[in-house]
Design a protein around this ligand. Sequence first.
Ligand code: GN1
Ligand code: MG
Length: 372
Amino acid sequence: MQPTQDMFRTLTEIANAFGIPGEAHSYKCLKGGNINDTYDLEMRENGKTKSYIVQRINANVFKNPDEVMENFDSVTRHIYNKLRRRGEKDLRKTLKVYHRSDGSSLYTDNDGNYWRVISCVYDATSLDEPTLKTIKNAGLGFALFQKELDDYPIDTLHETIPDFHNTPKRLADFWLAVEKDEAGRKSSVIKEIEWVKSKEKYSSFFYDLFSKGKIKLRVTHNDTKCNNIMIDLKTGEPLAVIDLDTVMPGFAAYDFGDAIRSAAATAPEDEVNLDNMRMDFGMFEAFSEGYIPPLQNILTEDELKTLPYGAIVMTYELAVRFLTDYLNGDTYFKTYRDYHNLDRTRAQIKLFESIESQLDNMLQTVERIINE
Ligand code: GN1
Ligand code: MG
């Protein structure tokens, strides 16, 4: 999206409300998210420029922005304090939330939109298109995030989206959407609906392990798309994990799985030419080599060994969510073209089939890394 005067005025108003020093100079729209709107605002003071990340929180998705910010703030503080205690100099390894003079970290504009300001991670890039060289560090970065939060008091976290990764509930919502057929699209997606039915067994995979006491609820990120990790432009080292709106109790395999779903896919999430879409095994392997070693003493053996199923379940869940939204008339995810949610569904189905067909090799590879 091209910058507009109106948006520039709004962002300037927000920067002023937060007491950000200097004068607003220009802004850029940062793309990549399906939910919030994100801008990079450049402020100038005494000839120096500094960037700030200004975000509008999607209140249709996050019904309680105060609770989102409480989680965000305390998770980033937790990591910051640990980095400081270890004498870590590079504070790009976590984000900083800005506060207003009354202590609040939110600003509400005249239209009732909620805004926040977050530090910019300098000399870094979000990993939109990982390569075999960079993906191992993405795995390492997400693992370190999991590790930093291992001692975070899980009961103090708000559930910012209830049942966010409750896969059986996602499936129940899907069947409701099929029944209601709100947008009159059901008859055009009969094949996809049948596919969802045929893979239903995966929806309760981790819930069954949990009820048997084999895996634990942990503080997880819940949206580990590869563009939610920042990588040092010069060294490739992982820096901050970003987009912390959905940090909530969850299963480690869901974070691992969502990262594989996005980072090891050979095409974008909404690819139309399905021949281009599959999971690249080498990418899976490299990510796992970064992710597993730091967590060997944290995750249980059952958690580690079942990680590959996370990729299956997360890809299934997202296919179900995209198709649900398509049936509901595109009310949740931002869409940029007709049939966007349907294209996304089909691309996830194709990716799922590729992941499922490589499952045995994935399990063996994880086993090998665990035993190394
Ligand atoms: C959304 O906002 P973004 O793009 O990081 C969604 C994730 C999906 C993802 C699919 C709060 O994430 O759950 O996996 O789109 N976030 C929310 O691209 O629903
Ligand atoms: Mg997100």
